[in-house]
Design a protein around this ligand. Structure first.
Ligand SMILES: *[C@@H]1O[C@H](CO)[C@@H](O)[C@H](O)[C@H]1NC(C)=O
Ligand SMILES: *[C@@H]1O[C@H](CO)[C@@H](O)[C@H](O)[C@H]1NC(C)=O
Ligand SMILES: *[C@@H]1O[C@H](CO)[C@@H](O)[C@H](O)[C@H]1NC(C)=O
Ligand SMILES: *[C@@H]1O[C@H](CO)[C@@H](O)[C@H](O)[C@H]1NC(C)=O
Ligand SMILES: *[C@@H]1O[C@H](CO)[C@@H](O)[C@H](O)[C@H]1NC(C)=O
Length: 579
């Protein structure tokens, strides 16, 4: 079934060949495999490996490849020295970013209504500034990308987008869910519509939604939030025609996850089907090429391929990277980045998301009058619920845990994802939700002033302690707020207050929204991982606006003024009193 392909590249004057039963990350011999990618990245001409693969070609790929072959022949071992590589790049490539025009969303307008619901004047002014940020994050792809796709790594999409910001110069998949929710609050329905249409266009082209709008992402996805994006849009507009036109694409994406990303697990004589992240592409990520090569140094060819596949699966999970995906030699959830084995883990949050998607797809069919199709998705959701409760739920600890396919046991470390079924409302007995609240309280994850950390392990990776991420705060808060008990609702409010104060304090100091924050300190961005913390920032803005909307009557900035160092001790003690 697989084509065995041998990929060769020159590594420090050694010809390295990798036998792969996989395709490369994409078919481009410039952006995704081949000697140009290898030599340019290995020469480390730029700080970030993403820079080169975002450059535009000045000539067609054939000409560029032929020119490089000619250049290679002039040098021993076909290794072009860095100075000559630089010259080659300036002849045949342009700096990144030329495929976009800035674009001010035409549906942006002052003073969307939700601002009126924010009682605290300081917070309301700040929410207005966040609302203004949409104008600076809008991008439109130039027509030349459509006319000459072979010159770009950018994937053409027909509608303008709101990008995350910073190094993320293109659309991203799961980020866009929170961006779209924010846009809908900002009454930018047309922009939200266009973004969803782009994702449907991508499903039509690839059969699923790629991780982001670059060809080097085209063989991996991200947490599948498209159905929930359509749900958000439908709730805001009640547009049934839109629902009808979107539904085939949503079902196609669902089939992809069930055909290409599912596994059957036998437990107590019952076969359960659950999903995982899994990318069968055993080469370095083009955009993090040297990181992946260096990480794999000294491994056998088979282990290298496995590691590169699991790093891509880690990227597909959206949590790139984290100790959550480590499995060490003993099969434990322990080790280093080299022990990343994402595809061997059934994640609680992915399965909760798919359960919610199944219920949502059933509701779409019901709205459109197709009872038979609705029943099929209801059955799929019921089967998944049973699988989640048999494989992931732990009655003793009172939460849902990732399942390790190697040891056939659960990982009991704390992650906010252990409560994802609460957010998705995918559990059968009400007491499970309340047990999960008790689990959270005893987990040790609530002791930090600025939010809930991604784990309690300080691995140096960005999806670990001490970083707190907007989507995870939002899923946790939103889940707790839907539980019936006062206790859970109060906890949701406390966490919303902590998160808003963190965002607000950091904004006061840096005049910026960040992609992630540190759970300690007095409002500072997060760190760790492969690149510097990024400003912008799409999902951060979306989550802040959603919390300011949901809790606008009660949230406070905790200080009368912005950015006065003297007031910080007051703010911190107020935060501590909340706990
Ligand atoms: C590479 O060399 C061949 C043979 O000399 C030549 O025909 C071709 O035009 C060269 N390619 C480029 C892009 O310069
Ligand atoms: C070329 O490759 C050979 C064998 O791999 C090696 O011994 C030699 O040092 C290399 N020369 C250069 C200039 O890198
Ligand atoms: C999904 O799996 C099917 C069947 O195994 C295969 O033909 C298809 O290429 C896969 N799709 C992707 C996008 O990997
Ligand atoms: C995890 O690995 C570290 C270092 O390799 C070791 O010190 C520690 O005991 C391990 N923990 C578990 C639970 O195996
Ligand atoms: C599996 O069966 C064992 C023994 O019959 C039982 O103790 C256990 O609770 C069952 N596990 C699940 C997940 O149903």
């Amino acid at each position: 079934m697989h084509n065995f392909v041998v990929f060769c590249f020159l590594s420090a004057a050694l010809l390295v060949c990798v036998k792969g039963a996989f395709p490369p990350p994409c078919d481009s011999e410039i952006y995704c495999s081949g000697p140009i990618l290898h030599q340019v990245q290995e020469a480390k001409l730029f700080d970030d490996d993403k820079f080169f693969v975002d450059m535009k070609l000045r000539e067609t790929p054939d000409v560029v490849l032929s020119a490089f072959r000619n250049l290679s022949q002039e040098h021993p071992n076909a290794t072009v020295p860095p100075g000559k590589l630089q010259e080659f790049l300036s002849l045949y490539f342009e700096a990144p970013g030329t495929e976009f025009e800035s674009w001010t969303p035409p549906d942006w307008h002052d003073k969307p209504k939700f601002l009126e619901g924010i009682a605290d004047q300081e917070l309301r002014n700040w929410a207005e500034k966040i609302h203004h940020l949409w104008k600076s994050l809008g991008r439109k792809i130039r027509a030349s990308v459509k006319d000459h796709p072979e010159l770009y790594s950018q994937i053409y999409t027909p509608h303008p987008v709101v990008v995350p910001g910073g190094r993320f110069r293109e659309l991203y998949y799961w980020d866009s869910y929170w961006v779209i929710n924010g846009l809908l609050l900002s009454e930018m329905t047309d922009t939200a519509y266009g973004m969803i249409q782009n994702f449907l266009y991508l499903v039509n082209r690839y059969g699923f939604v790629p991780n982001g709008g670059r060809i080097y992402y085209e063989r991996r996805s991200q947490p599948p939030f498209l159905t929930l994006m359509v749900e958000s849009y439908y709730q805001a507009t009640k547009d049934k025609d839109f629902l009808r036109s979107a539904l085939p694409g949503l079902e196609q994406e669902y089939r992809f996850w069930m055909q290409n990303r599912s596994v059957a697990v036998r437990l107590n004589e019952t076969l359960h089907v659950l999903n995982r992240y899994d990318v069968q592409v055993g080469l370095p990520r083009p955009e993090s090429y040297t990181d992946d090569l260096e990480l794999a140094e000294g491994l056998t060819d088979d282990r290298k391929e496995q590691l590169w596949m699991d790093l891509k699966a880690g990227a597909e999970s959206g949590w790139d990277f984290t100790s959550r995906w480590y499995i060490d030699g003993d099969g434990h959830n322990n080790g280093t980045l080299r022990d990343t084995r994402t595809s061997q883990i059934l994640p609680a949050d992915l399965n909760a998301l798919l359960c919610l998607s199944e219920k949502t797809l059933a509701s779409f069919h019901r709205i459109l009058g197709d009872g038979d199709s609705a029943a099929r998705y209801d059955q799929a959701a019921a089967r998944r619920l049973q699988a989640i409760e048999s494989v992931l739920w732990d009655a003793e600890r009172g939460a849902w845990f990732d399942y390790n396919l190697v040891t056939q046991s659960k990982h009991f470390e704390f992650y906010p994802s252990n409560l994802a079924p609460v957010w998705a409302q995918c559990y059968s007995r009400p007491e499970m939700g309340e047990k999960a609240v008790q689990y959270l309280k005893k987990s040790g994850a609530l002791q930090f002033p600025n939010g809930v950390p991604t784990s309690l392990t300080d691995s140096g990776q960005q999806w670990d302690y001490p970083n707190a991420w907007p989507p995870l705060q939002h899923m946790l808060i939103s889940g707790l707020s839907k539980l019936p008990s006062e206790d859970a609702k109060q906890l949701a409010l406390d966490l919303a207050q902590r998160w808003i104060r963190t965002n607000w304090l950091a904004y006061g100091k840096y005049e910026a929204m960040f992609e992630k924050y540190d759970v300690n300190g007095d409002g500072k961005p997060g760190g760790g991982g492969e690149y510097e913390v990024q400003l912008g920032f799409g999902w951060t803005n979306g989550v802040a606006l959603q919390l300011l909307d949901q809790y606008g009557a009660t949230l406070t900035s905790g200080s009368g003024h912005l950015s006065t160092g003297l007031l910080l001790p007051l703010v911190i003690s107020a935060t501590l009193m909340l706990q």
